[in-house]
Design a protein around this ligand. Structure first.
Ligand SMILES: C[S@@+](CC[C@H](N)C(=O)[O-])C[C@H]1O[C@@H](n2cnc3c(N)ncnc32)[C@H](O)[C@@H]1O
Length: 331
């Protein structure tokens, strides 16, 4: 495996993470500023049904926006009974998955955690259900006591963690015995075996593994039709196409060629084995390496998106002031 070692460059993990944070801060600030944020509760590719067997026990609500994203979380939960569960959603983004779990299942509480402070502020401002709480934090250093959750959910986020093994070890630590790790992501074909082997070494039993790459590609094809017109003339078109995984983008083509597979996993914690972290501290997630290769592009996109967001915010507040002045004059 062509791995890069964090020990060669001790600050690399932190550098990559702050790049990642900046990138998602930019996306969230843009969504908040352009008025569409209220309706953008998901940042994943979604799942579209084909003829393959499905496991969700709950129907997607008829009038829901982002049906494919709701379908994805429902398929990830499948027939897992969450009654009375303390659930943790790691990399919760804008809260759509946590909200869906809270609304559709009789859970005790859902906690969402994300690296992006802007995403967390959005969730804290918009969701007031008693059973929902949101915190800023890092998936590789989960700020929770041992054995505090019955289920950990992770939706299309782990590819962004520089040390994915540290995340897995944390999931095992915060889960109670017999707890579930309900997990989905786009992962490099060549790495999946070692990820699963590591989780098994930690004490997880693999109860279910599904390849949903065709469903995700179908969902991306559906979004491509909607997004094509919106972004065709945008100067960041190529980077945005990559973020949205539109046909022709690196990630879409890698899924199509099956170099990257989008999988759903259901792991059950049947034992708690302490694994020596010093070994895994050193290996860098190859997904993040490719992000790092494109770091300049991502940084540039993040900065442009942030500056556009602040311009939009300024324009919105000027409009608001104008409206208030007009109202005063009319009064
Ligand atoms: C593609 S989005 C998916 C968000 C959400 N799970 C969903 O399905 O809508 C990836 C999310 O992972 C978060 N993330 C990236 N690195 C993280 C880390 N180290 N710790 C916690 N969250 C992280 C990002 O901020 C972003 O919100």
């Amino acid at each position: 495996m062509n791995s890069t070692h964090l020990s060669d460059q001790p600050d690399l993990n932190q550098t990559l993470k702050s790049q990642m944070r900046q990138f998602y801060e930019g996306i969230n600030q843009e969504l908040n500023a352009n008025g569409l944020g209220e309706y953008s509760l998901f940042l994943n590719y979604g799942y579209a049904s084909d003829n393959s067997p499905e496991y969700a026990q709950v129907e997607v609500p008829k009038h829901a926006l982002k049906k494919n994203s709701i379908k994805l979380i429902l398929e990830v939960i499948g027939d897992c009974d969450l009654t009375g569960y303390e659930v943790l959603d790691v990399g919760c983004g804008r809260g759509g998955n946590a909200l869906t779990i809270e609304q559709q299942f009789p859970v005790k509480q859902v906690t969402g955690i994300d690296l992006s402070g802007t995403a967390i502020s959005f969730c804290q401002t918009h969701f007031h259900a008693e059973k929902l709480r949101f915190l800023e934090g890092d998936a590789e250093n989960l700020p929770f006591a041992d054995s505090s959750f019955d289920a950990v959910v992770n939706i299309e986020s782990s590819h962004a963690y520089p040390n994915i093994y540290k995340f897995y070890a944390g999931v095992s630590r915060v889960l109670k015995q017999q707890g579930y790790f309900l997990y989905t992501d786009a992962l490099p074909h060549d790495e999946i075996e070692s990820y699963v082997a590591f989780l098994q070494k930690l004490g997880f039993e693999l109860e279910l593994e599904r390849d949903i790459t065709p469903n995700v590609l179908l969902s991306l094809d559906e979004s491509a039709i909607r997004y094509k017109e919106a972004f065709e003339t945008n100067p960041d078109g190529v980077n945005i196409a990559n973020f949205l995984a539109l046909p022709g983008s690196d990630i879409y083509e890698a899924l199509k060629k099956r170099q990257v597979l989008y999988k759903i996993f259901r792991f059950k914690k049947v034992a708690q084995n302490w694994v020596d972290l010093s070994e895994i501290e050193t290996t860098l997630n190859p997904n993040v390496m490719s992000f790092f290769d494109k770091q300049d592009q991502h940084q540039a996109l993040g900065e442009r998106v942030q500056s556009r967001a602040s311009q939009q915010k300024k324009a919105l507040s000027q409009q608001k002031q104008l409206r208030q002045q007009r109202r005063k004059i009319n009064d």
